[in-house]
Design a protein around this ligand. Structure first.
Ligand SMILES: [Zn+2]
Length: 323
């Protein structure tokens, strides 16, 4: 059987040279937020941002880590959740996912061969994992489906019934084509507001989505209410303890305070799970070395193994279930 602790590894040394939309995507994010006025280095306008207490344990105490682009990264001393203290207001944020250039560029990147091949291998690995849990068929809900890469992979290789949610207008037609039914794609509705009519899902996935949602507890509560009793939820999120961050510091691309407003730790995801009737049953790491790190590392198997053992991969994958 496959060793699930072993991440998918592909040579990504020349990634940015070969895919210019990656760099353009990050430049474009900066362009979108740089225009917001700042006071003492922070965006404070209540029409744009709201200062919040800990979204997991509601503690009003927080320790400042650093600021970037006018946003303050903080750590909650009570539950160790890391989050943006002044995130962009939810309405402004949701509107961004519909229209913004940077997200369109992200979609261009996602459609390149390198990304498709890499993610196909990642998806393949985790579907294999679902199957070790007896989930060979049933229904899959992919929250924040994007261009539909995961749903398409499932459609081409397995027999799951497919459902998805997405905000961006441009991709809806394609998503409907992939899942085969208009009513299986929920467009422009937050997951917590969707009425599923008692329908339960066997697999629920959030590939790089949980870090974006405004109220992760509400999202997990909803998931807890729609997941079947032996079902599994997968969340891929950025890892703030990554080797990438230790090397690249504040320039690490995943420190994108416009979109990434949560940085879960083991403690905070466990807390969030237990508050919503779920449990973290497994954790994996993916992407030990991102392309930008190569110039500062001599990559060998020993280094990769250390990164895996120290849980310093760029992404963490948490698996949650009801029991
Ligand atoms: Zn907290």
């Amino acid at each position: 059987m496959r060793d699930f602790k072993k991440p998918i590894i592909k040579d990504n040394r020349k990634l940015r040279e070969e895919i210019p939309s990656i760099e353009k995507h990050f430049k474009s994010i900066e362009k979108e937020v740089i225009k917001y006025p700042k006071v003492d280095g922070l965006i404070k306008d209540p029409n744009i941002v709201t200062f919040r207490s800990c979204p997991i344990c509601e503690s009003k105490k927080q320790n400042q880590l650093f600021t970037k682009l006018g946003f303050m990264f903080v750590r909650c001393p009570c539950c160790n959740h890391h989050f943006i203290h002044n995130p962009i207001n939810e309405e402004v944020l949701l509107n961004m996912y519909e229209v913004k250039e940077s997200d369109n560029l992200q979609r261009v990147t996602n459609k390149t061969n390198f990304y498709k091949e890499y993610w196909k291998e990642v998806y393949s690995k985790y579907v294999e994992y679902f199957q070790t849990k007896g989930l060979h068929e049933g229904s899959v809900l992919d929250i924040g489906s994007g261009t539909g890469a995961f749903l398409e992979f499932l459609k081409n290789n397995f027999n799951y019934k497919l459902y998805g949610t997405e905000f961006a207008d441009e991709v809806i037609e394609d998503l409907v084509k992939i899942v085969g039914k208009k009513e299986n794609i929920f467009h422009k509705v937050k997951i917590e507001d969707i009425n599923f009519n008692n329908k339960k899902f066997d697999v629920i996935t959030m590939w790089g989505v949980l870090e974006h949602v405004y109220n992760p507890l509400q999202v997990l509560e909803k998931i807890s209410s729609i997941i079947s009793s032996n079902g599994i939820m997968l969340a891929l999120i950025p890892n703030l303890n990554s080797r990438a961050l230790k090397i690249l510091g504040i320039t690490t691309p995943t420190l994108d305070p416009r979109g990434h407003i949560h940085y879960f730790t083991d403690e905070s995801i466990n807390k969030a799970a237990s508050l919503t009737g779920m449990k973290v049953i497994d954790k994996f790491g993916e992407l030990p070395v991102i392309d930008l790190m190569h110039q500062y590392l001599s990559k060998d198997d020993n280094l990769i193994n250390q990164i895996i053992d120290n849980e310093e991969c760029y992404y963490s994958i948490y698996i949650l279930s009801k029991h």
